[in-house]
Unconditional design. Structure first.
Length: 423
């Protein structure tokens, strides 16, 4: 009985400690912001110090306050970069792609809740054990379509022909390690499961519905009206002011190209992404949110929760929901790819405050600093930070919970032993 009581006390103590520490990690207990609340200068100084210390390549950061640039930081280990330098931004591409899809929704040419197959003629989802008609445009945008491709695209080296769009959907030759690479319905639609293949399917959708090449439509419908003159999914043969690619050791790295333009191939500048952020609020001269590309109510619909993980809202239509703010969310997207590309763009639509970080030479630096910005602005630990710190947090919880288990076990064992001896 003494052993059972001691074990029970130990388990209870361990569980209590684990719950408290887990909740504290999510709530930011003990976490210190990079700067005092509202001190933009201190935040920029701290971010500059971090970028200079941690970046092994190029980085461009623009801080946005009330829809206007409030500070800039540029770091380079090679050719200088500036606010107009183009970076390849990996999965940050998906946010812009979602804008393109929603322009067609607004035009009445796409129904968010219709099967995507309704619009496709060049390629079809393969037969599966599930109902392919449950794969809707809404579910593709929110990664809830049941696709199990696991993509992740590594891209194609210079001189290697890229696949056709249809071939890539069937089986991506540039799938990241461990990814299945086949765009197919492998589980019941409805649950969140990140799918690069879903966005390649949206690329095909835009081409089929618009009748234009994907990049041409995106330039005409989204980039040009927003003034994003340095944004494209397909580079010219000899681009000017393209950021050099660097690996984690600072060495020059390969510039990969992609079939999966919508998912991974956007080239853009920090200034252009700051324009995208600014477009989520009315402009200084009365311009509406969306700047005529999308209606304000469409932007609001895109940040409504469509997917949850571990009880938290994490995804809207094409955007990550980083942290709750007064009935809304800080939104945006991160990007990460080989050899060492990491990018983020985040905005609080209620205030017009945001941050853009485009970086190569470090696999997590932009996401880490983006998380610091969210915590500095809102006091919340954001979705990506939780994922980045999950292993370290779990190890710390395991160690402390183990100590709590042992302490409670020994305490109850001694107390019950003394009571037994005194009888």
């Amino acid at each position: 009985m003494r052993v059972l009581k001691a074990l029970g006390a130990g388990l209870l103590a361990a569980v209590a400690v684990a719950v408290i520490m887990g909740f504290g990690a999510l709530e930011g207990w003990g976490r210190k912001p990079l700067a005092p609340s509202g001190d933009t200068g201190r935040f920029l100084a701290a971010a500059t110090e971090t970028l200079k210390a941690e970046s092994k390549g190029n980085a461009a950061l623009i801080l946005v306050e009330n829809g206007q640039p409030a500070g800039e930081v540029f770091v380079s280990k090679g050719a200088p970069v500036n606010r107009d330098t183009q970076f390849q931004v990996a999965s940050l591409s998906k946010w812009a792609t979602a804008w393109g899809v929603m322009t067609l929704v607004e035009q009445g040419r796409i129904d968010l809740d219709a099967p995507v197959s309704k619009y496709l003629t060049r390629w079809r989802l393969p037969a599966s054990d599930f109902d392919n008609d449950m794969v809707t445009v809404r579910r593709l945008l929110s990664h809830t379509a049941g696709l199990t491709d696991g993509l992740g695209y590594n891209g194609f080296e210079p001189g290697v022909p890229v696949q056709s769009l249809e071939a890539s959907l069937t089986k991506a030759a540039d799938a990241s390690p461990g990814a299945d690479g086949a765009t197919k319905v492998g589980r019941e639609p409805g649950q969140w499961d990140y799918s690069g293949g879903g966005y390649t399917l949206l690329q095909l959708l835009i081409e089929e519905v618009s009748g234009q090449p994907f990049n041409s439509y995106m330039t005409q419908a989204v980039f040009a009206p927003l003034g994003m003159t340095r944004s494209t999914y397909v580079l010219d043969a000899a681009p000017s002011n393209l950021a050099e690619f660097h690996d984690v050791d600072g060495s020059r790295a390969i510039h990969y190209r992609f079939t999966a333009l919508a998912a991974a191939s956007l080239y853009t500048s920090a200034a252009d992404m700051a324009r995208l952020i600014a477009a989520h609020r009315p402009g200084p001269n009365g311009e509406p949110a969306g700047r005529g590309v999308l209606r304000p109510e469409t932007l609001a619909a895109m940040r409504k929760p469509h997917a949850r993980q571990f009880g938290a809202d994490i995804w809207g239509l094409g955007v990550i929901l980083y942290a709750p703010v007064k009935g809304d969310f800080v939104i945006g997207h991160d990007g990460s790819n080989t050899p060492a590309i990491n990018t983020t763009a985040r905005v609080n639509p209620a205030t017009g405050d945001g941050i853009v970080i485009l970086e190569s030479g470090n696999t997590q630096l932009a996401s880490v600093l983006g998380g610091e910005w969210v915590f500095w602005k809102t006091g919340y630990v954001d979705t990506i930070t939780v994922l980045l710190e999950a292993r370290e947090t779990l190890m710390r919880i395991a160690v402390v919970a183990g100590v709590a288990f042992l302490a409670a076990f020994l305490l109850v064992w001694r107390v019950t032993r003394r009571r037994a001896a005194s009888r």
